[in-house]
Design a protein around this ligand. Sequence first.
Ligand code: GDP
Length: 458
Amino acid sequence: MNSDTIAAIATFPGNAGINIIRISGDGALEIAEKIFVKNGSKTEGSKLKPRYLHYGHITDQDNKVIDEVLLSYMKGPGTYTREDVVEINCHGGIISAKKILETVLFHGCRPAERGEFTKRAFLNGRIDLTQAEAVIDIINSKTDSSHAISVNHLEGRLSREINEIIEKIMQILANIEVNIDFPEYDEDQITISMAREFCSEVLVKINKLIETADTGKIFKEGIKTVILGKPNVGKSSLMNFLLNENRAIVTEIPGTTRDTIEEYVNIKGVPLRIIDTAGIRDTDDAVEKIGVEKALSKVGEADLVMMIFDSSRELEEEDEKILDYIREKKTIFIKNKTDLETRLDLSGQKEIESEVINISVARNQGLDEIMEKISSMFFQGTINLDSQLIINNARHKSLLVNAKRNLEEVLKSIDNDMTIDFVEIDLKEAMENLGLIVGKSVSDDLVDKIFNEFCIGK
Ligand code: GDP
């Protein structure tokens, strides 16, 4: 167990009701008692009762009261980190929490690194790596659906599935080892046919998981969408409609000016991540109105393009330029302003004509069809997020793909009558790849990398 004690503000300091300072490690209680005053008396050395909410005050090095607080002490190992944990609830705002943290640090612990509480939960065996990764995904969830997928992982459902597969592979390996060590006790053929059967079974399970990864990515990251069309076709009107109905969250991408803004739109549980909305929304801005160049520059990274035509205007060079640009992209073609007299002729573009969706944002017509189209483009059949296990982490997916390749090699070796040691090598590799998903024998570097994505105090 880690012996050094760490502390951090676990809440988001600002104008909120409370803030929580969290301390974890062998020294947690001792430090807390040095600064906690209850019923007017210092609690140093008093061994505060565990799992109680104690009312009192925190004082600084000069015994000056910093704030009125509620303090809890939870003795390890039945805690989040499996270590002794103290949590101090103080008033909200920036100053109280910051001062209390400074005092705690003064008394002999160090600031926690990003995700270090959860990292300790992992290193001390309370949760495995998929569960730790689920914690960060829950924090970062933008929609109910991505939250539901991650909660499933936190509950350990993915870990159970992976561990069951690992156990199956171990059974095959055990049989093979008996066969190698005591060839007289087993018959090659029985081991081989069992290996084939088990491997095929395991491959079905792994393939099923891999197949969910695209859906998982969409729910986690949103469908990166660019809305394109020459000026005045109704991009901003459509955008506003989507936002008014379904706005989820706005994010400004760090390090850029306000001209790259993303909006998450939650459509029937499907998150759309509409990029470069600044260019679309600034309708009063003459410069933004002029070209489509800027939006086009975003097409490369998009999963989906919504290309809007103006039904009341003829097809123009600018439309064709956009069409040229997006040929390779998943695109929804939309004809807006169908409430006006039609001048647009798409008969020269048969494919587009056959699938274009007619809408009028002004009259609120045809918009549901866009939603349905998105749904059918990205999801086959219905997805039950509560019961279905969905891979939403690129690391998990790539390890599953590696394990799949290993097992396919096993089957190939069997079919080619290779010696049993060949089979064994690939089986072991498959097992290692799957083990890495749940965090068995992962490198320190990888662990550091994963937890670095967390926020401080988690
Ligand atoms: P953008 O330049 O592509 O973002 O286009 P806007 O959304 O700013 O729309 C340009 C103009 O078309 C505005 O005056 C809108 O009110 C109008 N408009 C948008 N959608 C419709 C529609 O369905 N019918 C009609 N008649 N006008 C529309």
